[in-house]
Design a protein around this ligand. Structure first.
Ligand code: IMP
Length: 195
């Protein structure tokens, strides 16, 4: 029998698969890491372009349905930086946070958005679904909270009066850019499962 609910995840990072499973497992989706030897360079200039590129390449190379995401933080006063370069903004999370806070200095406009793009490609590499989730927030002057990862301690969500790093995993899931993207994605994925 063909497994119609299997997706290859275009990442070598088991943490990312675990995170995606938290959104998808309840709906019967099974996820598998892409083959290790298959490396895809993120050459796109938008989040969605990079997600599509990764999903499409993995699908073509494996002949299976594939899913990929690309995410990051865009800061208004920095003309959208670090954006697609969020992961490459420094060697460690604290380097990245320090660089961002230094670049922003005493700038009064602290508005920022977290963005998460997700793409799903058919076994021929055609993009079947592309979605984008966003979460509006503000960059604090100093980190606050100890949960999560990446830029979480400096990303404050005014509607919740907390940083991402002060939220429980459930709270973050329901308010985050990734949570929003998966909410849009899930009903569309169901359509693929019945094709
Ligand atoms: P990628 O999507 O794996 O290419 O990496 C995106 C980068 O953006 C991560 O390395 C983090 O620095 C940052 N990022 C994406 N999502 C989050 C989040 O939910 N919290 C904190 N940082 C994030």
């Amino acid at each position: 029998m063909i497994n119609k609910k299997l997706l290859l995840v275009a990442t070598s990072n088991p943490g990312k698969v675990k995170e995606m499973l938290e959104y998808l497992a309840d709906f019967g989706w099974e996820l598998q890491l892409k083959p290790d030897e298959l490396e895809i360079e993120e050459t796109g200039d938008t989040f969605i372009a990079n997600a599509c590129l990764k999903a499409s390449e993995v699908a073509k190379a494996t002949g299976k349905w594939a899913i990929a995401d690309d995410s990051g933080l865009t800061v208004d006063a920095l003309n959208g930086r670090p954006g697609i370069y969020s992961a490459r903004y420094g060697k460690t999370d604290s380097d990245r946070i320090e660089r961002l806070l230094t670049e922003l200095g005493n700038e009064q406009n602290r508005k920022a958005q977290f963005v998460c793009a997700i793409a799903v490609a058919s076994p021929h590499g055609a993009i079947a679904i592309e979605v984008e989730g966003k979460c509006d927030g503000e960059i604090l002057y100093n980190p606050k909270g100890s949960s999560g990862f990446g830029y979480d301690p400096i990303f404050y969500v005014p509607t919740q009066q907390k940083t991402f790093a002060e939220m429980t995993p459930e709270e973050k899931r329901s308010h985050s850019h990734r949570g929003q993207a998966f909410q849009i994605l899930l009903p569309q994925l169901d359509r693929i499962a019945i094709v």
